[in-house]
Structures are given as C-alpha cells and as structure tokens.
Design a protein around this ligand. Structure first.
Ligand SMILES: Cc1cc2nc3c(=O)[nH]c(=O)nc-3n(C[C@H](O)[C@H](O)[C@H](O)COP(=O)(O)OP(=O)(O)OC[C@H]3O[C@@H](n4cnc5c(N)ncnc54)[C@H](O)[C@@H]3O)c2cc1C
Length: 400
C-alpha cells in the first residue's frame, strides 16, 4: 500500500546499502532494507577508509568508534618488493583539507555492524534478512519490488529503490542496464596472517604497495593481522591457488621463514573494471558495487560506494523533504558515474599497471617519479589529494 509518507527501499545491506539507510533514516525517512543473506557479511574485503570518507561518517557518529576499532595509518608506502621503500607519503599534509588526515585501517564489517546498532534505534528503518530482491517494475509514481522472503514471494511498493546489491546486482539486471568493462584474466589471492611483518621488513608502514616484475604484492595491516594480496597466474586453478602448498610458497617467497606461516583466512577474488551504463532509471538508482567495480589497488571500491550513497541520499532528501524537482536526481548519475569512469576505474587500472610493470626502464621511471613526488611537499600534497579521493569529490561537486 502506498501512503503519503515517503518510503525508500534499499536492496543489499553491504556498506553502501547500510549507509544509505542510515542517512535517510537519520532524516526521518521510512526505509526498508532487503538483504538476501541471513546475516551481515563478515568477509574480509575493504580495510581502508580514506580521509573524506571518515569526514562523512563523522556526521553520523561512526568515525570515532571505527578509529577505536582500527589503526590510524599516517603514512603509505610505495615499495619495490626486493629493494624496499621507494617513496613514503605523509597524509598529515592533508591537515587543512580534512579533519582526518590519515587512512583508517579497519575491516568493512565493523562499519556495517556499527550502522546496524544505530538503525536498531530508528523505528522508521526496517532491516529484513533472508529477503532477496527478485524483480523490479516501476511507474511514474512508484516502484514495486518482488522479494523472496523465506521461500515466499511478496510485493513491496515504495517511492524509490536504491540497488546496493553488489557486483551481481539483481536490480541492475532487472533494469537491463549493461555493466560495461572487462574482467582481468588473473585472480587476486588475499591471505591473512598474524605474522609480525613489521619486525622483519624495515620501515614498513600499515599500507604498502610492493611492485615487482614477477609477483607484486600489497601488505596491509588491520588491528590483529597482516593481509597480503598477491596476483595469481592465469594457468593456476582456483583449487591449487588455495592449497596450503601454494599459499605457503607465496608467503615464503615474499619473506623466507624457518616455519610455515599461520594463515587465518585465504580468499580468491575475480577482479573487474566495470561501470554501469546508467546509475538512474526513473525511480531506481544503482550505487556502490552494483554501479561500478574495480580492482582493490588504492582502496576505492567501498569508499567510492559510500560517496555514491552520500551524494544520492542528499539528493533524495532534497526531493522528498525540501520540494526540489526530481530532475535533481539526474545529477547523481552525472556526478558519480563520471567519477566512477574518470577517476575510480582509471586510477585503480593505472595502479595495477604500475605495480606489475615488467619493463625495467619503465619501472625505474615509475620509481623515479614516485621518489620525486615524495621529496616535494607540493607534489606530495597533489598526489595525496588524488589518492585520498579528495580531488574526485571536488570534481563531482563541480559537475552541475
Ligand atoms: C580483496 C578486496 C579488498 C578490498 N579492499 C578495499 C579497500 O581497502 N577499500 C575500499 O574502498 N574497497 C575495497 N574493496 C571493495 C569493497 O569491498 C566493495 O567495493 C564493497 O563491499 C562494496 O559495497 P556494496 O555495499 O556496494 O556491495 P556489497 O558489499 O557486495 O554488498 C551487497 C549486499 O547485497 C546483498 N545482495 C546481493 N544480491 C541481493 C538481492 N538480489 N537482494 C537483496 N540483497 C542482495 C549481498 O548479500 C550483500 O550483503 C575490496 C574488495 C576486495 C574483494
């Protein structure tokens, strides 16, 4: 039944769906979140929060508790896997531009857990588990979603639908929106270990991108573990990559140790660079991984998705509560799709190209450029504005 009270449906209770629910619920809008799983996802995926994301989350009382559960990373490093540090960047240079001049190393599930606690205090927000969005139809004044809940199909009607249902978005498929781009032939293996890398690798920071012509890697610290990300070879099977033998061989190649490493998690991911052809179709929107996916080099997927959610929800609130014309909603696609293409996908693809560069001349050139950037505070600031996604947000605001 449609009432006069605005109602927004959200497909997916990942970080993007949950933050959307919080922003709308905080403003008093009636929201229903539909999540296909029976619980919030606890996979170890994103672990980096960029400064402007922390500024946004602070408005909802989320940043301080995340800091308490994470690690403040003032520095990031670009390293050569064999030679060590090439360039170190100090995020405190961003002090005048953000209240949080650092990256926060903290698992993404801690964010969704915190939001869930806040939503529990909002009677206007309903979080439904075991609720899979199956189909979507819309008219000029409402949207109808068919949801499978505990094996039965139910129809839900609302004013708007946000498809935050991840890379394989049913909402995107239902709308017939193409997901343009490509899938990398290799997969990425992420291994977590309590091994204390910092005691064995000199001057390691909490965020380390290690280039190498044969096997690059990324070393990321979260409070109790190191996460090591490796590319796999195209001809290795998924089953083999996940065996103890393959995992130990990779870890021993990176840093030989007399004993086997303790491995807490191992996960293999397919990696894509794709952007949806539309972010809005009538009363339905795509946000986060449903709208754009990219490789994790630079930590921009979840951060970019949170920026989508903030942008979209502000516009929805302007329409629902301030009487703004619905044309305002078109600006969401114009701003965020442009950023997904020009910035998030372009930067992460470039990061991958540079970290895996095989040509020795180009590798040296890349390293020289990084050294020059780090040595000059003005260039460092420009680099940090870009890698922290501050430039992207300013670019989006400039699109009117
Ligand atoms: C190894 C790795 C490391 C990463 N590191 C970073 C990082 O450091 N920083 C960063 O910014 N990003 C990182 N990312 C990317 C980040 O994890 C994603 O961008 C982020 O999870 C996207 O959030 P989302 O809410 O859009 O989608 P998801 O987290 O995928 O959530 C979608 C939700 O929708 C639900 N769902 C799916 N289909 C339906 C349906 N039909 N009906 C209802 N619910 C449905 C799913 O169960 C899920 O809960 C990393 C990713 C990987 C794989």
């Amino acid at each position: 039944m449609k009432t006069n009270e605005p109602h927004v449906l959200i497909a997916g209770a990942g970080p993007v769906g949950m933050i959307s629910a919080l922003v709308l619920g905080h403003a008093g809008v009636r929201v229903t979140v539909l999540e296909s799983s029976s619980e919030l996802n606890k996979d170890l995926r994103a672990s980096t929060f960029h400064p402007p994301t922390l500024d946004m989350l602070a408005n909802y009382g989320l940043t301080q508790p995340l800091i308490e559960q994470g690690l403040v990373a003032r520095y990031t490093q670009q390293r050569d896997r064999v030679k060590g540090v090439i360039a170190e960047f100090d995020l405190s240079l961003l002090s005048g531009l953000t209240d949080h001049p650092f990256r926060l190393q903290c698992e993404q599930w801690k964010l969704t857990d915190l939001i869930r606690q806040k939503l529990a205090e909002m009677p206007q927000v309903t979080l439904c588990f075991d609720s899979r969005v199956e189909s979507v139809t819309q008219s000029s004044d409402h949207v109808v979603v068919q949801v499978k809940q505990h094996g039965e199909l139910h129809a839900l009607q609302a004013d708007y639908l946000i498809g935050a249902d991840g890379a394989w978005s049913a909402v995107r498929t239902q709308l017939g929106i193409a997901f343009e781009g490509f899938t990398y032939p290799e997969r990425f293996l992420v291994v977590s270990t309590p091994f204390e890398y910092a005691q064995h690798m000199p001057h390691l920071s909490y965020v380390n991108y290690c280039s190498d012509p044969h096997e690059w890697c990324v070393l990321l610290r979260v409070p109790t573990l190191w996460r090591v990300l490796f590319p796999t070879k195209e001809d290795e099977s998924d089953e083999f990559v996940l065996t103890d033998e393959s995992v130990q061989t990779r870890l021993q190649r990176l840093l030989p140790q007399p004993n086997d490493y303790t491995v807490v998690h191992r996960t293999l991911y397919k990696v894509h660079q794709r952007v949806a052809q539309q972010f809005r179709q009538g009363r339905v929107f795509l946000a986060g991984d449903a709208a754009h996916i990219n490789n994790p080099l630079g930590g921009m997927g979840m951060n970019g998705g949170i920026h989508d959610a903030m942008n979209l929800c502000q516009k929805l609130l302007a329409v629902l509560q301030q009487g703004k014309h619905t044309d305002t909603l078109d600006l969401y696609e114009k701003q965020r799709r442009t950023i997904a293409i020009e910035y998030i996908n372009a930067s992460t693809a470039r990061n991958k190209k540079e970290i895996e560069e095989r040509d020795p001349v180009l590798r040296e050139k890349n390293h020289d450029e990084l050294r020059a950037l780090a040595a000059d505070p003005v260039s460092s600031l420009a680099y940090l504005r870009k890698t922290s996604m501050i430039d992207a947000l300013e670019r989006a605001e400039a699109l009117t």
